[in-house]
Design a protein around this ligand. Structure first.
Ligand SMILES: [Zn+2]
Length: 277
């Protein structure tokens, strides 16, 4: 396949530029976040055209809208969680890099399995953001997915009923929208079993996200105020020391792994259940 379709690239770059600029203007993305979204968006729009662009846009739009929901409650939590409503470069890469690489793989191989895996990666990212953004609004006390001890709202690895239902809803929504949109670009025969495999894989990826968040993700204690936090520094000009987890495993690393697990689960499921290879 030739990479050089000038009109596709022109449309892709202009569209990605507009979306990145608007997102920056409305504080959905930081400067770095807008920059990486612009690059990945250009590639997705240019190589994937309408069919691949719709699921990416639906993920981004739904996550952005939900991040602004319940803004006051969330801004109180921001001091001890790693996520804020304004996504930075690493957050954008943690969710967008795997789908973008899968799209490039599809483009050069023209093997439809990569298009399923592309949707699965985005469905997992959607499940994660929907679960996080809606779960923290729940009045129910979250419990750790490992051991079910009560935790504070917004802490990684904590789960609520609302968050779990939101994850399943996000995975299902993106799965249905994604496979329907792809059908416009590359008409393929897909069966309900493929959709179910994809949704289960994305949801399981999100379960892995919570397990890794509870066990593996670095947690710190603030030297000044004594809060347990996932972000450093916590209070300005004050050091933190690690009390749990692995030093390099922050929320972005966990998200990247979770998305990769979802892709792996989906690939295995498609091969063994749907016999697509
Ligand atoms: Zn502090």
């Amino acid at each position: 396949m030739s990479l050089w379709h000038p009109l596709d690239w022109l449309i892709g770059i202009v569209l990605a530029g507009i979306i990145a600029a608007v997102s920056y203007r409305f504080r959905l993305l930081t400067g770095g976040g807008a920059f990486s979204a612009f690059f990945m968006g250009s590639v997705v729009f240019a190589l994937g055209r309408v069919g691949f662009s719709i699921p990416m846009l639906v993920f981004f739009a739904s996550s952005s809208l939900l991040s602004k929901l319940g803004y006051e409650r969330k801004s109180k939590l921001v001091s001890h969680i790693a996520k804020t409503s304004q996504r930075d470069c690493m957050q954008v890469l943690a969710n967008g890099l795997v789908p973008t690489l899968l799209l490039i793989s599809w483009y050069f191989s023209q093997n439809d399995i990569f298009s399923f895996l592309y949707v699965a990666a985005l469905a997992c990212a959607t499940a994660d953001t929907w679960a996080t953004e809606l779960g923290v609004l729940s009045s129910q006390q979250p419990r750790s997915i490992v051991g079910f001890r009560p935790t504070s709202a917004g802490v990684s690895g904590g789960i609520t009923l609302v968050g779990t239902v939101a994850a399943l809803a996000g995975a299902s929504f993106l799965g249905v929208v994604g496979l329907s949109a792809l059908n416009l670009e590359i008409p393929f025969q897909f069966h309900i079993s493929c959709l179910l495999v994809l949704i289960c894989a994305a949801f399981l990826g999100q379960v892995c996200d919570s397990v890794m968040g509870a066990t593996w993700q670095a947690r710190y204690i603030c030297q000044r105020c004594g809060s347990i936090t996932e972000v450093k520094p916590h209070c300005p000009d004050s050091a933190v020391s690690r009390v749990a987890g692995v030093s390099w495993a922050n929320n972005d690393v966990v998200n990247l792994f979770a998305g990769s697990f979802a892709v792996l689960f989906c690939w295995v499921g498609l091969a063994f259940i749907c016999e697509i290879t």
